[in-house]
Design a protein around this ligand. Sequence first.
Ligand SMILES: Cc1cc2nc3c(=O)[nH]c(=O)nc-3n(C[C@H](O)[C@H](O)[C@H](O)COP(=O)(O)O)c2cc1C
Length: 410
Amino acid sequence: MDYAEDVLKYSYLEGKKIVLGVSGGISAYKSVELLRMFQKAGADVQVVMTKTATKFVSEWTFESLTGKKVYVEFEGMEHIYVPHSADLFVVAPATANIIGKFANGICDTMLSTMLIATTCPVVIVPSMNWAMLKNPAVSENIKKISERNGCIVVEPEEGDLACGERGEGKFPHLEKIFFWCEYALAPKKFYGKRAVVTAGPTKEFIDDVRYISNPSSGLMGYLVAREIALSGAQTYLVSGADIHFQDINCFAGFSKVVSAEDMLTEVEKLLPADIFVGAAAVSDFRPKVRIKGKVKKESVGDEVLVEFIRNPDIVNSVRQGVKILIGFALESEDILNNALCKLKSKNVDLIVANDIRTFGKSESEFIIIDKENVESPEKVVSHKRIVARKIVERIAEKMEKAEKCKDIKH
Ligand SMILES: Cc1cc2nc3c(=O)[nH]c(=O)nc-3n(C[C@H](O)[C@H](O)[C@H](O)COP(=O)(O)O)c2cc1C
């Protein structure tokens, strides 16, 4: 399992035509990696460069990687044909100069003209020295673009800049750019909604160094949170996983927790919510006492008895504060029947059952059971990202149904 690769699979960029505009900034070399990422995701990319950009990276690099001519100068009517055949237009890096041109409708180069001629969603990735970024002219231009319908500006990051100074203006992580490119294309089913998702294992400490836990990677919950965020909901992920998901902070509020009790405390702070997805593998039990320090083996005999007590049931505890509640059931045997029992006992709207063999894997078998249609469980043998998308579709259907009922009552 490689979550960075997993996110590229089955993305909204698959099969899409992307125009990648490269302007003349020091981070132009990073757009080569961005191009590779788009290609791995199954997109067909056409590169357009400014003349200055070709001083930083040769158009030969992009031509070799795409197998297509790179546009720098005007050529016939290509400034219209190319953007009109695109599904997405990304400018990365975007210099202060190209941002100024796009904000003010200036069409004096191939790239600036294509940007003004485009009709598809646009993602702009500014990257420059902190003082250039803070300049009122540039700030105003960025604000102007970000307020336009169909335009997304990906916030630059703070850090060490190429000029040797430190500040805001750094080219963002590729995962973050990729998320916003997907966001530009994803249908917005959950605008104005609030969602809380849990992920990963919990750790229940016996003493200060030893704990009981499980091998959950947190990938399923992370992918569900990402998919919900792509659908436009304000999303929060509460995770016990040790993997640091690189792009998490760009699309969700994020809390890292340790134990089941911590997870419940964090979740309660985030409620009420329209959607709650409990994808975490929460430990059902915890040691009755947590011993301070490290228990020395010399201080105990050959047998050590640890007394366990029940942990709070997070999914049960949140029911009152949530409109649509989704649970996961991890089973080792009789998966369907055990999941049905859980669906009823936890009073969830949907339960996603899976086998313990899914632990740490990207692809597996899942069974989705709907409270309103328990007779027809849906079996999905696929990548966790597809399962996440199915869950989102089911939530959207339920939401639509609930809204319709509300309208009828009114
Ligand atoms: C070495 C060097 C690095 C530069 N890096 C950046 C940069 O990171 N961001 C930026 O906005 N401008 C940067 N500039 C300034 C742009 O290259 C300059 O504004 C140019 O006119 C941009 O042209 P273009 O937008 O047509 O590519 C840099 C210039 C030089 C000489």
